[in-house]
Design a protein around this ligand. Structure first.
Ligand code: ADP
Ligand code: DP6
Length: 344
């Protein structure tokens, strides 16, 4: 009996310049390049065991055996590695989300980054992180960026071989993020479905692609100059434009709820009350993320909790890139999970 084991942790990331739309659905090639901030507070731990006694791949998320559909998604992802390395055995995948699943808090990003690194580790695949991100991409586009820490760019590339992520800046200059988790339930429209419908039907979509390229150029310059306010302004503007494409899709849809709008109002009110820079962005879900200076976070949180329930106001500092875990770390992770250390 032979077993090959890999365990890894990857943090979620929140896009400041969004990935929204694919030019190739099968290869997960995006319409535009994107840029994100990796978050320390939310992550996924994943263990992969290739085992020659298995007769099929098995996938457990948060200790629960997953549906055939979810299982197949994982199998297809593992096939990419099997084809590349010549591995012939099936694997058991165990994953723990320390982030709500499918709530627009980027569980798919940390998930496929952790799975890619754990799989590569199990199979002894020695490739660069950038190249590993081309594998992660095929599970979920945003996961490319979770292999790295701080500010990370996913370059749309020209082909499957060069559509990859790379680190831009470690974000160690007083950067923080407040998460207004107004609803952590499962979203109704997956990002994948929402972006496809938007590409196909929104007359605003071509403008999205054009202006996202300009936003990216400008935010990279602002990051290089450590111009926080400019980074924030570009973040807020870009996020709003992404959501304008959903409202202009046909039929139209939105990821926002009344609570989203209430949280956005609270951000506007608090930044006016306190005179502090704070910029919001939303993903494919109802929750609001606020980019701020880490040193302003406490005052902003105090301000926001005057308008929103305390338990909905979470904070994070920038996170590091994905890394491998030992068996002892994995045991510890399971302990943390069972003590309710997850955010589900
Ligand atoms: P989110 O905003 O959480 O990223 P998505 O709809 O984009 O929401 O992705 C959620 C999907 O990602 C889940 O339905 C599941 O298919 C997949 N996923 C989430 N967590 C894991 C995990 N730990 N391992 C493998 N797949 C996962
Ligand atoms: C709004 O990476 O979840 O969060 O590649 O189809 O799995 P798939 O989509 P996914 O989409 C993320 C969309 C977003 C913006 C972003 O993270 O860049």
């Amino acid at each position: 009996m032979s077993k090959k084991v890999g365990i890894a942790r990857a943090h979620t990331n929140i896009a400041l310049i969004k990935y929204w739309g694919k030019r190739d659905k099968d290869l997960f090639l995006p319409m535009n390049s994107s840029l994100s901030l990796t978050l320390d507070a939310f992550y996924t731990d994943t263990k992969v065991v290739f085992d020659d006694s298995l007769t099929a791949d098995e996938f457990y998320l948060n200790h629960q055996k997953q549906s055939e559909k979810e299982n197949q998604k994982i199998s297809q992802f593992l096939n990419l590695f099997r084809e590349y390395t010549g591995e012939r055995t099936y694997a058991r995948v165990d994953s723990l989300n320390f982030v709500p699943t499918a709530a627009g808090l980027a569980s798919s990003a940390s998930a496929f980054a952790a799975l890619a690194l754990a799989t590569a580790t199990a199979l002894g695949l020695e490739i660069s992180r950038e190249e590993l991100s081309t594998f992660a991409r095929r599970g979920s586009g945003s996961s490319t960026r979770s292999l790295f820490g701080g500010f990370v760019e996913w370059d749309m590339g020209t082909s499957s071989a060069d559509s990859m992520a790379h680190p831009i800046d470690d974000a160690s200059w007083d950067i923080g993020m407040i998460i207004l988790a107004v609803d952590t339930g499962k979203k109704k429209i997956a990002s994948r479905v929402g972006m496809e419908h938007t590409v196909q039907t929104s007359p605003f979509y071509p403008m999205w692609v054009e202006t996202a390229a300009q936003d990216l150029k400008e935010i990279k310059a602002a990051i290089a100059q450590r111009d926080f306010e400019r980074v924030g302004q570009l973040t807020e503007h870009n996020g709003m434009k992404m959501h304008a494409t959903t409202l202009s899709a046909n039929p139209p849809f939105t990821y926002w709820t009344a609570d989203t709008v209430r949280a956005q109002d609270a951000v506007r009110q608090v930044r006016e009350d306190l005179g502090l820079p704070a910029y919001m962005t939303m993903d494919a879900g109802p929750n609001v993320k606020v980019l701020c200076r880490a040193s302003d976070m406490e005052r902003l949180v105090n301000g926001l909790t005057e308008y929103l329930p305390t338990e909905q106001v979470l904070t994070s500092l920038p996170g590091c890139g994905a890394y491998t875990l030992s068996d002892a770390d994995w045991q510890e992770s399971q302990g943390t999970f069972s003590r309710g250390g997850d955010h589900d």
